[in-house]
Design a protein around this ligand. Structure first.
Ligand code: BGC
Length: 415
């Protein structure tokens, strides 16, 4: 065959199969062991559809670094095809007019019927889908080393702060680190929001941290939350400042520390290291939060691109993300649960099943609240300001609780 014949045969084959291979550049911050394994599942799925995956991973837990890089790329007129963004930030990007409309895929794949309403509304801007959700992470967990608990004579996972501090004292007395912590703003706040939820309950959490109600923010319950939060710091080690979250998880894994307050991406780390829940590590709702659930939904927004092949690849990426097969394999690795409704949970472990049950139960009871630490609740500007105030308090023992109450309440006025 001559070259032009070859070309037209190839084009005809393409037209018949409807396949247009494109490149998808995907910005994400999944760089730890468990996270990278999860991201690889998405890459594999896109490659199996003939597309090229261009990995744009920006290290830094919680995604602060990734968001900075994303902004500069979009401002310079060169956005990636897709980026891992979530919560109110999705609405902010959509309002800039830079996000692609995913309604065609969403309609064909019946997203409205497959997603909890609370999640679908976050993925939409003015009624149209602009992002595709991958999972539901629960943030209010505490992880523990059974080996450390045994050595220290702690019989069970603590259900409230009295039990927690008594267990932490025993671990300290046994010469081990009671709380593995990474001193970074988002990790400080991950612990803080679980403490507020445990001390004040879901209604107080909503009023203080979601509605940013000044009365709640300056109430005695906020004082008690800050006192408890500061007390926890006394159980962390001197090397905590700046430590990455997965290194804190490793301390629990290696039997060097008893507990870690962290969302269930920590479970992804344990699983990637071949550890089994119930045997090598334990999971429990953070003290006082068994009837509540701080949710954190990872999602990908697609940026407007001109190239037809790239647009096709974006549509395929959105469809892949929401497919039952991907939702299962991704979440088995990531530590989260599928966001898609009515998925079978038989391959998931006890922590994930508890999460799935509690997600449904708390949606009915009012205990389901958005995570502030993970960008699900308030504007990025207010979130940043409150996080700074909380971390300043955590890092500087000279700041009194009363002073911190004032600083946080004033930061909450940022918009
Ligand atoms: C994200 C998770 C991620 C974690 C640590 C959270 O904000 O939702 O997907 O694993 O940060 O980077």
């Amino acid at each position: 065959m001559k070259l032009n014949q070859l070309l037209s045969a190839a084009l005809a084959a393409c037209a018949l199969s409807g396949a247009v291979a494109g490149e998808v550049e995907v910005l994400h911050y999944w760089t730890s062991g468990g996270e990278a394994k999860s991201a690889a599942e998405l890459r594999k799925m896109m490659q199996s559809k003939g597309h090229t995956w261009k990995d744009f991973a920006v290290a830094g837990g919680g995604g602060d670094n990734a968001m900075t890089v994303l902004k500069s790329r979009v401002i310079s007129g060169n956005p990636p095809a897709a980026a891992q963004i979530k919560g109110p930030a999705i609405q902010e990007w959509a309002a800039e007019g830079v996000l692609a409309n995913l309604d065609a895929v969403a309609k064909a794949e019946q997203w409205d019927a497959s997603l909890p309403a609370v999640v679908a509304s976050v993925m939409k801007y003015k009624g149209s889908y602009v992002a595709a959700p991958v999972n539901v992470h629960r943030v209010n967990w505490v992880w523990a080393s059974p080996e450390v608990l045994k050595k220290a004579g702690v019989a069970a996972m603590p259900k409230n702060y009295d039990e927690f501090f008594s267990a932490a004292d025993k671990i300290k007395a046994a010469g081990l680190v009671a709380v593995a912590h990474g001193g970074q703003n988002w990790q400080d706040f991950t612990t803080f929001e679980s403490v507020v939820l445990g001390v004040g309950g879901p209604q107080f959490y909503q009023d203080a941290l979601v509605k940013l109600d000044q009365k709640a923010l300056t109430s005695p319950t906020m004082t008690r939350s800050l006192e408890t939060f500061r007390r926890i710091k006394g159980y962390t080690d001197p090397a905590a400042p700046g430590r990455d979250w997965n290194l804190a998880t490793a301390m629990v894994m290696q039997g060097k520390a008893g507990f870690q307050f962290m969302g269930d991406w920590a479970k992804g780390e344990f699983i990637a290291a071949g550890k089994a829940p119930g045997k090598d590590f334990l999971c429990a709702a953070a003290p006082g939060t068994a009837n509540a659930f701080t949710f954190n939904v990872d999602s990908f927004a697609m940026y407007k691109l001109k190239d037809a092949a790239a647009q096709k690849a974006q549509g395929d990426l959105a469809a892949a993300i929401m497919s039952p097969a991907f939702q299962e394999v991704f979440n088995l690795n990531k530590g989260s649960i599928p966001v898609r409704l009515n998925m079978k949970m038989d391959k998931f472990d006890g922590c994930a099943r508890l999460s799935s049950k509690d997600f449904v139960d708390t949606a009915k009871s009012g205990g389901l609240v958005p995570s502030v630490a993970h960008g699900m609740a308030i504007s990025p500007a207010a979130e940043g300001a409150i996080k700074d105030a909380v971390s300043q308090f955590w890092n500087d023992d000279k700041i009194t609780v009363a002073d911190a109450v004032k600083r946080i309440a004033s930061a909450a006025k940022t918009n």
